[in-house]
Design a protein around this ligand. Structure first.
Ligand code: PLP
Length: 396
């Protein structure tokens, strides 16, 4: 037998973390890495945050799981908090980002179908988007590399260029149910939508009775310096998927919606065995305790500006390697002039610095939100050593 016990769907690197300490990861062989990837925007509070650990420990000893057939004081409490903090009136808890997007897609279809509009099932989505790896969420993305081997796709998605309002408008037809968009594309390369684009989608949605769905799985939960990125655009979606950072490392997600948008989601229409379990709710509450206040959010913005300023100053030293810096808050991307995977591996293996590659030749910089200036200094030291020693093979 040559297949590995772990199904070999990931190109796993040699780093094998066994422990986390604040903003560092320690591997099996004792090597210490600066973690500016945070499990891809998940470990908002770093790796050993006492408030989060305490909340999970206490809840694990009290009650981990009960069926959604019973009342949920824990779920009601966190849902109420999210409702108070956002545009939403109601929340469905999931275990992952893809499930949150899946619920958003179902909510949009049910909105129209519950009103008798059975032909309005199509979502307009945007090129180079990433919405997850289930059949519905790969169907929502135009990326062939995720489709290959898994055809046929789910019907009902139309792909348009990101940030192309005219294209989105032209794609509206008799089957259109709404738009599904990441306000800031993550996997696509830390590309923020323009104000005009999102406002234009909002206006089109209002005009044509369409639903505006935001996928904030990566950009949400304080990452960009506001609790959700949409706040910075001065508008609200009808439905939103959130996950990644929301549990601070505990698997959880949520689909948020207005009362109107959720009109089709009535008893018996959707469900999840684990979604909203008390343990996940405790993790979610603990994360909100820390991040959902003006002081913390202002700090994220300030740290983001400091890090961005340092990066912008620095990249000019290596004009053949670096193109530009982009992103908001602590969701930053450094666009390279070459394919980024080699450089990400070099930073990791030679300089013990963890970042993540993304589309559009971008290196993602997604540190825990609890970094301090010493971590920014350490990051810049390792990055500049990495840039100085990097010899891309591809250049020859
Ligand atoms: C990661 C991600 C998802 C999928 O989340 P999973 O928890 O891996 O299912 C969906 N949308 C966006 C924008 C993401 O970054």
């Amino acid at each position: 037998m040559s297949i590995t016990p772990l199904m070999p769907v990931y190109p796993r690197c040699g780093v094998r973390p066994v422990r986390g300490e604040n903003c560092h990861l320690i591997s099996e062989d004792g090597t210490r890495y600066l973690d500016f990837a945070s499990g891809i925007a998940v470990n908002l509070l770093g790796h050993s945050h006492e408030h989060l650990i305490g909340a999970i420990q206490r809840q694990a000893a009290t009650l981990m799981h009960v069926s959604n057939l019973y009342g949920s004081p824990q779920g009601e409490s966190l849902a109420q908090r999210l409702v108070d903090l956002t545009f939403a009136d109601t929340v469905f808890f999931t275990n992952s980002g893809a499930e949150a997007v899946e619920c958003a897609i179902k909510t949009a279809r049910a909105y129209h179908q519950s009103a008798g509009n059975t032909d309005r099932y199509e979502l307009i989505t945007f090129k180079n988007a990433f919405h997850g790896r289930t059949m519905a969420t790969i169907s929502a993305s135009n990326q062939d590399k995720m489709h290959k081997g898994f055809l046929p796709l789910l019907e009902g998605f139309k792909y348009v260029d990101f940030d192309d309002l005219e294209g989105a408008k032209a794609a509206i037809g008799p089957h259109t149910a709404g738009f599904l968009v990441e306000p800031i594309q993550g996997e696509g390369g830390i590309r923020a939508a323009s104000d005009e684009f999102l406002q234009g989608l909002r206006d089109l949605a209002d005009e044509h009775d369409l639903l505006l769905i935001f996928d904030e799985v990566q950009c949400g939960v304080a990452r960009t310096g506001t609790l959700y990125a949409y706040e910075q655009y001065g508008l609200t979606p009808d439905i939103m998927a959130t996950a990644k950072g929301i549990g601070g490392g505990f698997p959880m997600g949520a689909c948020l919606a207005t009362e109107k948008a959720a009109r089709g989601m009535v008893v018996g229409t959707h469900g999840s065995t684990y979604g909203g379990n008390p343990l996940a709710m405790a993790a979610g509450e603990a994360v909100l305790d820390v991040v959902a206040n003006d002081t913390f959010l202002a700090e994220v913005r300030a740290k983001g500006e400091r890090l961005r300023g340092r990066l912008e100053q620095f990249i000019g030293n290596y004009p053949e390697l670096f193109d530009s810096v982009r992103g908001r808050g602590l969701m930053l991307g450094v666009k390279l002039k070459i394919e980024p995977r080699g450089f990400v591996a070099h930073l990791r293996d030679r300089h013990q610095l963890l970042t993540v590659a993304a589309g559009d030749n971008t290196v993602r910089v997604l540190p825990p939100l609890v970094i301090d200036d010493s971590h920014i200094d350490e990051f810049m030291d390792r990055l500049s050593a990495g840039a100085a020693s990097y010899q891309p093979e591809a250049v020859a």
